[in-house]
Every structure is written in C-alpha cells, then in structure tokens.
Design a protein around this ligand. Sequence first.
Ligand SMILES: *Cc1c(COP(=O)(O)O)cnc(C)c1O
Length: 401
Amino acid sequence: MTFISQFSNPDKNGFFHGFGGMFLPEELKNVMREIAQAYEEIKDTTAFKEELAYYLKEYVGRETPLYYASRLSKETGGAKIYLKREDLCHTGAHKINNVMGQILLARHMGKKRIIAETGAGQHGVATATGAALFGMKCCVYMGEEDTKRQALNVFRMKMLGAEVIPVKKGQGTLSDAVDAAFEDITRNYSDTFYLVGSAVGPHPYPMMVRDFQSVIGKEARCQILAHENRLPDYVVACVGGGSNSIGLFSGFINDPSVRLVGVEAAGKGLDTSEHCATMAKGKPGYLHGAYTYLLQDSEGNPALTYSISAGLDYPGVGAEHSMLKETGRAVYETATDQEAIQACMQLSRIEGIIPALESSHALAYAIKLAKTLDKEKIIIVNLSGRGDKDVHIIQQAVTFE
Ligand SMILES: *Cc1c(COP(=O)(O)O)cnc(C)c1O
C-alpha cells in the first residue's frame, strides 16, 4: 500500500530544475524546514502509509472509478475517452486527498490548529471537513470579495465548525488570503499547521501535495492496464495551481510514450487580459514563496486574472509544472469559458455526469484532441470535481428552449 510516489523530487533546497525554492523571511523558512523534516520522517513509515490509506478508502471513498465514456467517445468520433472520477470523492473533488495527507502530518507534528487559504471555498470546505474529522480547530482565510461571491461555501465551512476570516487587504481575493495565512503561521507556528490547497507555494508544499495527489495517477495507471491492457496515449488535466494534474501526471511520468497535457483557463480569450493562462502568457517570477511561471503586470507584480471557474483563477502555477514545461515533458494547452461550458453541457447530456467547470476545461481540450486521433487511441481525462457547485453560474450562460 504505497500511495507516496518517489519520482523526481526537488533538491534539498526545494528546487525542481531551478524552479520552486523557499523565498521567504528567515523565520518562515524555519517553519517550512520543520514541516519538510517532519514529512521526510514519516512519509515512508508503514504507520503513516496505512493510516492515510485507511482514510482514503473508508472516508474519502477511494479508489475512484476509471470510467470509459463510450457515448461521449462515440459522439466525438475519435479516440477513446476515459474519465478518472475524482468527482466521486467525499466533498466532491480531489482536494480532500491532499487534506487527509497534510492533516495526518499536522497531527503527527502535535499541532492543534489548522489554517488554510481558500478562493472559491472548495479547499476551505475540504480543510474544514478534515479538521472536523480529527477534532482540530480550523481557521480559513478568504478574501472579502470571495466571501460575498461564495456565501454558500462560507456557510458550509461554518457548519463544519470552522471559523472563516474575511481578508480585506488588496483585492480581497485568493492571493490576499494566502498572504494572511502566511502572517498567521508566522505568529502561531508553535501550535498551528498551514494546510496549503494546491501544489504551489514554498518547499515542501509542491512536493508534498504532489505526493498526496499521486494516488490519482497510481490508480489510473493500474485501472487502464486492467481495462485495456496497455497505457494511454494522453493524460489530460486542468491546471489551476496544478495539484490534480500533477497527481495524475505522476502515475505516467516515467512512461515516455504517455503524453502529459495540462489545460489552463483561457477565460474570454488569450488575446484579452481576462484569462489565467499562466504557462501560455506568463514568465518566471516570484509568488507566495516560490520562483515559478507567473502572470505579471508591466511592473512585475502578479497580474489580475479571470476565469469562469474560480478554482483555476490563480496567477501562478506549481514549481514542478514549470520544470515540466521547460523540459518539454508536459505540454500546456488552454480552453476558454465558452469551450468549458460547452463540454460541461455535452457530458451532462450524454453521460449523465455534471462536471465541475474546472474539470470541463480539461474535458473540452480532450474532446478537441480526440477528434484528431484514431479510434484505437486512448485519452484519460481527470474529472477533478463535480459540477453541482457551478450550476448557478452555468444557469447564467445557458438557456433551454
Ligand atoms: C481547486 C480545483 C481545481 C484546481 O486546482 P488544482 O490544484 O490545479 O488541481 C480543479 N478542479 C476542481 C474541481 C477544484 O476544486
């Protein structure tokens, strides 16, 4: 039962081919070093692996199916499309995989209080869920604007016993919530653990979150071999911070025949300023303690970003993805709001699965790709989450006769 993958770890300073690191004040660096050390100590122990495996199975509901979308594949008229059903995880998305791993680490470190940042509220809800499960105090930082846009998720977190702290600084969105969480951990690190929601930020988070999400790729690899007796030709996942994608990619990274495709949100189009296509339009810079690809304004500050899917709306990307882009091992494509909505409607209608708008970006690209491929080719798409949370947004974009 090994859920932790061992491939391409960063160097001891947390760099993946020059990307990543710990660009933080000294006191915060010490906090990160302590987390890295605690993680190294427990990650390969039988006790930790068995405990994590237990919660992933009995609480999260793993393993998730790898489902052959035969009607979608037929209608598309090209390659076979398989869906990795992370939408069936408890709380409705892949984020809980990472929450379980980090919360067990926090407990091992003797921490009593969990803090998290959240944008749309998905990671906040997953963290509040984990904290409730283990009886830990939970405090979620959320930009004030986001608390208004996502009032239902704020209420959910409160139902789960978490405290939600609106952040008024800056634009009152995700980046400001991250800054507030860093301030909190600087003051309170003796009893507090910062549970980061994606494979971003300073070392060791990109590596640790990748390891906790690698269960997606590990399962998918076994499952496709069982279904098809061969590896897929492509694996496709959406990229916000990059955790569901790196989790899927990690299962296939040592299989050179498998192409890894990340799909970013092109919003209203790459020729507008309303997108969050970090790889397509950004360049390397510093964000939240790491050196990585970043959308920047003319002064080099993180740019304002936009996507119809709040989970993809982030100006940076995890350091390991920056490495995969530079080495060419993965490629990064985009899908617009419109394309995502269309893919979401198509999957709902033809397979009876309403996907999250984030996942719909991956699906949109996969459908486009499948049309160009022969019928015996195989694509795995990570269906990172379910779309119930997005129905009110889709309602504004779609009308029925
Ligand atoms: C948060 C979220 C994402 C984007 O985050 P990654 O770290 O890039 O995976 C994608 N899909 C869903 C359903 C999400 O909730």
